[in-house]
Design a protein around this ligand. Structure first.
Ligand SMILES: [Cu+2]
Length: 91
């Protein structure tokens, strides 16, 4: 519940532009890895567009939503033996 409220606040309290984040992910090696990351990260409420390939994740948020790098990094790590090694956020 607390997580849900925090996510809701982070969506509401930001300006009305989307953000794009590119994450380099270590430990991905096949289509199953791509599928697992897609299932978790792309399903986030604030994510609008989501492209996953081996070693790389690109997400664009819905208008007004920002990318929480720590949240994405933690989620990627929880999904399997994956690690975000580089992230770049563009407005
Ligand atoms: Cu794999």
């Amino acid at each position: 519940m607390r997580f849900f409220i925090a996510a809701l606040i982070s969506i509401i309290s930001v300006s009305a532009s989307a953000e794009t984040g590119i994450f380099e992910v270590d430990g991905m090696h096949c289509k199953m890895c791509v599928r697992k990351i897609t299932k978790t990260v792309c399903a986030l409420e604030e994510v609008d567009q989501c492209e996953v390939e081996i070693g790389r994740l690109k997400i664009t948020t819905k208008s007004g939503a920002k990318i929480d790098v720590k949240k994405i990094t933690d989620l990627v790590a929880e999904t399997g033996s994956y690690k975000v090694i580089k992230s770049e956020i563009k407005p």
